[in-house]
Design a protein around this ligand. Sequence first.
Ligand code: SF4
Length: 387
Amino acid sequence: MAVNLLDFDLEGLTAFCESLGEKKFRATQLFRWVHQKGASSFDDMSDLAKSLRDKLKDHAEVLALPVLTQHISSDGTIKWLFDVGAGDAVEAVFIPEADRGTLCVSSQAGCAVGCRFCSTGHQGFSRNLKTWEILAQLWFAEHFLRKHLGTTDRVISNVVMMGMGEPLQNYAALIPALKTMLDDHAYGLSRRRVTVSTSGVVPMMDRLGQDCPVALAVSLHAPQDALRDNLVPLNKKYPLAELMSACVRYLAHAPRDFITFEYCMLAGVNDSSEHALALLALVRDSGVPCKFNLIPFNPFPASGLTQSAPSVVQAFSNILTSGGVVTTVRKTRGDDIDAACGQLAGDVKDRTRVGDRMSKQRTVMLHLVRSPEAATHDKPIHEPSSH
Ligand code: SF4
């Protein structure tokens, strides 16, 4: 059976090339063709010997995820819904800004953590994505955007693992994907520009610090265990004291000297001045250098939660800032295509509906999406997630 070369980091690809009787440096050449140039046809890889290209044709492929829908927002945000089979779909969102291009990437179909404010959490867990399914989102987006913009320069400068799923609950697939994002022969992203967002899987935070330290964002959402138990059920397993200690340990390895705490603002639940003061006490007492990112909640009916008023968010931000903690309020992007945080893959929560839609669209879309060169149509999508 042919292996998908998107499934390998450079070390894995080297082992694969050696298994074909090829020299190590062939793996580097191949890696560059696939990731830097977006090639999916071995015939295009002109500096590889024909004998190697023939072997690759027999044993390997470069297979993208089928794109079900693509939707471009009026603010330039682009959301893609990818078919990962068996009625599941995951989303990636590209967010262009003046000084950067950020891709929000999914790590799982669904999520087992079940945060109350997250539409992905409400849909339940389907399965872990494989390394190639994580990387295929970046591979497709980068090369699609280059073609779309008519450039050979890198378009995506930042990756945030903040799409569907808890990345640290899919650790084995995540690490080769991160290593490929960082590899100079692939995407060459700086460790500071690749962010893993976690709801607080403490043992895996420690492993990430050892294996592949990148920027870390932690979904906090509450200053006390009782409230966090309710909003982020994983807190019952890894309560705040353990989480804060893990943050301190992580910083010994991290490429940045702070942790970003994500905090979804929920009216009447976690948005009072007392909560803000308790947060200040929490980070001060635990000694975690940090920044806060306040996230406007994107309401969905099943949550039973509502959005904090902008004035409340601003007052909350002012308290944190006055307490000496850099605090930002996340800009809402892609509102008109439901690409705002907490909305990722909300459509997928109704698997039947997604299944119906997939079957209708598959015929139209499949021929467009087997390679980045192919997909150029704008199609409506729905919803991103929300660590
Ligand atoms: S916020 Fe993140 S960890 Fe929580 S349910 Fe959503 S995707 Fe899972």
